[in-house]
Design a binder for this molecule. Sequence first.
Ligand code: AMP
Ligand code: MN
Ligand code: MN
Ligand code: MN
Length: 290
Amino acid sequence: MNPVSPVDLHLHSSASDGVLEPAALVAHAAGCGVRFMALTDHDTVAGLDEAAAAAKRLGVILITGVELSVDWRGRALHVLGLAFDPAALPLVRGLRLLQAERLERAEQMAARLTAAGAPGDAALELVHAAGQLPTRMHFARALVTLGAAKDAATAFDRWLARGRPGYFAAKWPTLAEATGWVVAAGGSAVIAHPMRYPLSAGARRELCAEFVTAGGRGIEVITGGGGIRNADQAIALAVRCGLDGSVGSDFHDPAIPWNPPGRLAKLPGSVRPVWAGPPFPEFETDAEPA
Ligand code: AMP
Ligand code: MN
Ligand code: MN
Ligand code: MN
């Protein structure tokens, strides 16, 4: 099992599809040994103020963060924005677009679910009642509540995954556009969980090359539940493309015991930590020798 990493730059709160409220998330992460963290909710920074206040109380360093939904060659990928100014206008405007797209997609998903014989309208009501920016995870939970699936994973397999009846392809901004918003806000952009996308090795290298051209800085080489083989491939990709490395659990839910905040392998010495130097605040970590 991996030791605890004091750095975790990919965590979710109830501002998107995480289970814990922002302050409770920070307290949970701190309790797990995390001391330098980013809250990275899907397409929203709504949890950051509450998280920052909690971090201050607990003596944890909290970096601004967000996980942006982007389109690359017709596929939805995730780009983390880290250590940016959340008041910067290009990013604020971009987040507004993403949030409108999420609300519109929720309507379309509900209609598709209903057409396919699932309780789409009731699910949409539950999703809105949750009062958060809707994600497919909210629909998965609603379908479980309504008895249309036994658990969230089944809801995705049966209804919500790409190619399933409730899936609606949102019009996300392009990889280059969204990366540009983070850069314009003075932040670092990082490709999230690069090995989770069903891409060929060649396509993954092209993705990284385009990302670098767009101003992207890093790639998440250590990710929660990612496994050693994936990490090795992501490390090779980082070295080859000249990207810095990031580490993040992608934590959503304390009921999933195998992926707590901070249970992450160390970044190898061959990859520069994305958080070493500006725009990140100072933090001492000891990297493994190369
Ligand atoms: P969205 O960004 O709204 O499409 O929702 C994506 C979120 O749903 C991800 O961040 C995961 O938390 C979750 N998710 C996506 N695919 C699956 C899956 N197959 N099983 C469980 N959760 C998933
Ligand atoms: Mn999620
Ligand atoms: Mn993601
Ligand atoms: Mn995530």
